[in-house]
Design a protein around this ligand. Structure first.
Ligand code: F0G
Length: 456
C-alpha cells in the first residue's frame, strides 16, 4: 500500500531531549511536569513527545535493541516492569522512576477462536481481550500512567466523567494512590457492573442528569475551578498508557504487524492512542509496516463515522443513543487526534447497528470468551468490513475487546430472559424442584448437546 510515511521522523524529538507536552492547537510547549491537562494558553489538547531511547553507548536504540529490552522487562522484578504498560516505560513515561502506581495491569491475552473467525469471515482473527485488565477494561492502561502523573505533579484529588469504565478504573487507582476521586456519570445510563465497582472502590460518585457529553463539560469546568486533577482521556498521559495495547499486541505477534487493528470508538481516546503508538512504533523501527486502524461506532452514536464519510471536512456532533452504553457519546473529545490516527494508518471508520453488536456479542460470549456490548462492536465491524471487501480473506485482523462480559449484567439478562430479544437464541435459566427426575426431564425437553445416553 502506498502511503507517505515520511512524517514519521517528526513524531520523535531529537536524541537526548527531555520528554515534554505540546499543544496540538497552538504548538506551545510545556514541561513534562506541567500540571494542567490542557494547554494553559489556548485550552487545546496536549500531546506527549519523547526522544528515542538510547543504548549504553548513548546512541539511539535500534528497533531490535528496543524489542530485546521490552522482552527482558516481561519477566522483570519488582513488579513495575512486568506490567504490560510499564515494560514499555521507555516509550510511555521514561522518567517515572519510583512514582509508578501500578496494579499491575496489561499482559492481556490474544485469543483465537474458530467460531469468532468464522463469524468475521477470515481465518486469522485474534481478539485482544482488554477486559482481562484488573478492573475489567482497557482503561487501566491509561489510568496507571495518569495516576502516576497525578502523583508526580502533587495532585490532591482526581476526577473524571465516564460512561462507567473510566470511573471504575479511576476509583481503583486513586484508592491505591491514596487520592480522593470524584466521578461524574450520566444518571441511569451506566451499566450495573461499572457503577457498583466505582462505588466499591470508594469514589465520590455524582449521577448527573444529562448524558456523557454533559458530564465531560461539567467535569472540565469543575476540575479547573476546584483544582482537581482531570483524568479523562483528554489528559495526554492516559493516551501514553493506552498506546501499550498496540505495543503489546505487536510484541505478541513477534513484531510482525497485522494488516488490521479494529476497535470500538466512543470518545476517541483509544483511536488517537493507537495512531500515536503506530507512528512511534514505525519511527522507532519496531515495525516496518503500519496496520490499518478500523474504528467502529454504534450507529446511534456515530459522529466520527459521519465525519469520515464526509472526508473529515467537518466535525459532526450527535445526540447519542445505543445499548452499548460505554460508547454512547455524541461529541468525542479526541476527534482531531483520531482523524490523524485514521489518516496516518490509512484507516477506516464505520458504524454498526445495535442488532449487529448484540449478534456479535452472542458469538463472542458463546465461544466462552465474552465481552461487554461496546467491545463486540469491533468484531461486528470486522465482519462488516469483510462483507464489503475492505478486509481481504488473507488479511490478519486483531479485534480489541475493550471490556469484560460481567461489566454489563443487565444486557445479559435482557438477551437471555427478555421477550424483546426472543428472535435470537437465548439461554434461559430453568427453575426446577431439587429432584434428579426434574433434572432428567429438563434435559429431555431441552437436549441441546446432551447425548441420548445421558438421557436414557
Ligand atoms: N469500549 C469500552 C468498553 C469503553 O468503556 C469505551 C469508553 C470505549 C470502548 C471507547 O473508547 O472513548 O477511547 O473511544 N469508555 C469511556 C468511559 C468513555 O468513560 O469509560 P474511546
Amino acid at each position: 500500500m502506498d502511503r507517505d510515511l515520511s512524517i514519521d521522523a517528526s513524531v520523535l524529538l531529537p536524541l537526548g531531549s527531555a520528554s515534554h507536552q505540546q499543544c496540538e492547537s497552538c504548538g506551545a510547549e510545556w514541561p513534562e511536569l506541567h500540571a494542567a491537562p490542557q494547554c494553559t494558553t489556548c485550552g487545546g489538547l496536549l500531546v506527549i513527545r519523547h526522544a528515542p531511547p538510547v543504548n549504553a553507548r548513548g546512541a539511539q536504540m535500534s528497533g531490535a535493541e528496543l524489542q530485546h529490552a521490552f522482552a527482558q522487562h516481561c519477566c522483570a522484578r519488582p513488579q513495575g516492569h512486568a506490567s504490560g504498560v510499564w515494560r514499555f516505560e521507555q516509550v510511555v513515561m521514561p522518567t517515572a522512576g519510583d512514582a509508578i502506581v501500578s496494579w499491575p495491569e496489561g499482559n492481556t491475552a490474544l485469543v483465537h477462536r474458530n467460531a469468532i473467525a468464522q463469524y468475521v469471515g477470515v481465518d486469522s482473527v485474534w481478539c485482544k481481550h482488554e477486559g482481562m485488565n484488573p478492573t475489567g477494561s482497557f482503561k487501566d492502561r491509561g489510568m496507571t500512567v495518569g495516576t502516576t502523573q497525578a502523583v508526580r505533579v502533587g495532585a490532591t484529588a482526581v476526577a473524571c466523567a465516564s460512561t462507567g469504565n473510566t470511573s471504575a478504573s479511576l476509583a481503583a487507582y486513586a484508592a491505591q494512590a491514596g487520592l480522593p476521586a470524584l466521578v461524574f456519570v450520566p444518571a441511569g445510563q451506566v451499566a450495573l457492573g461499572k457503577l457498583t465497582q466505582t462505588l466499591a472502590y470508594g469514589a465520590r460518585t455524582l449521577l448527573v442528569r444529562g448524558d456523557f457529553d454533559d458530564c465531560l463539560r461539567l467535569v472540565q469546568e469543575s476540575a479547573q475551578e476546584l483544582g482537581i486533577y482531570l483524568l479523562n482521556s483528554i489528559n495526554p498521559w492516559r493516551l501514553e498508557g493506552q498506546k501499550t495495547i498496540v505495543f503489546e499486541l505487536l510484541q505478541q505477534l513477534g513484531w510482525d504487524a497485522p494488516e488490521w487493528i479494529v476497535l470500538p470508538a466512543g470518545n476517541l481516546g483509544n483511536t488517537a492512542a493507537f495512531g500515536k503508538a503506530l507512528r512511534e512504533a514505525h519511527a522507532l523501527g519496531l515495525i516496518n509496516r503500519v496496520p490499518r486502524i478500523a474504528s467502529v461506532q454504534a450507529a446511534g452514536a456515530a459522529p466520527f463515522a459521519h465525519s469520515f464519510a464526509g472526508g473529515f471536512r467537518t466535525r459532526t456532533r450527535v445526540q447519542a443513543d445505543t445499548l452499548a452504553t460505554a460508547i454512547r457519546i455524541g461529541d468525542p473529545a479526541s476527534h482531531n487526534r483520531a482523524v490523524q490516527a485514521i489518516t496516518f494508518s490509512n484507516g477506516v471508520v464505520l458504524s454498526v447497528t445495535d442488532e449487529d453488536i448484540v449478534a456479535a456479542k452472542r458469538v463472542i460470549d458463546a465461544a466462552g470468551v465474552g465481552c461487554e456490548p461496546a467491545s463486540a462492536a469491533s468484531v461486528a465491524g470486522a465482519r462488516a468490513l469483510v462483507q464489503r471487501g475492505v478486509i481481504n480473506s488473507g488479511d490478519r485482523v486483531v479485534a480489541i475487546l475493550t471490556g469484560h462480559v460481567l461489566k454489563d449484567p443487565g444486557i445479559l439478562v435482557r438477551m437471555h430472559q427478555d421477550a424483546a430479544f426472543a428472535d435470537a437464541p437465548a439461554n434461559t435459566p430453568i427453575e426446577i424442584d431439587a429432584k434428579v427426575g426434574a433434572v432428567a426431564q429438563v434435559l429431555r425437553e431441552h437436549p441441546s448437546g446432551f447425548s441420548s445416553t445421558t438421557l436414557s
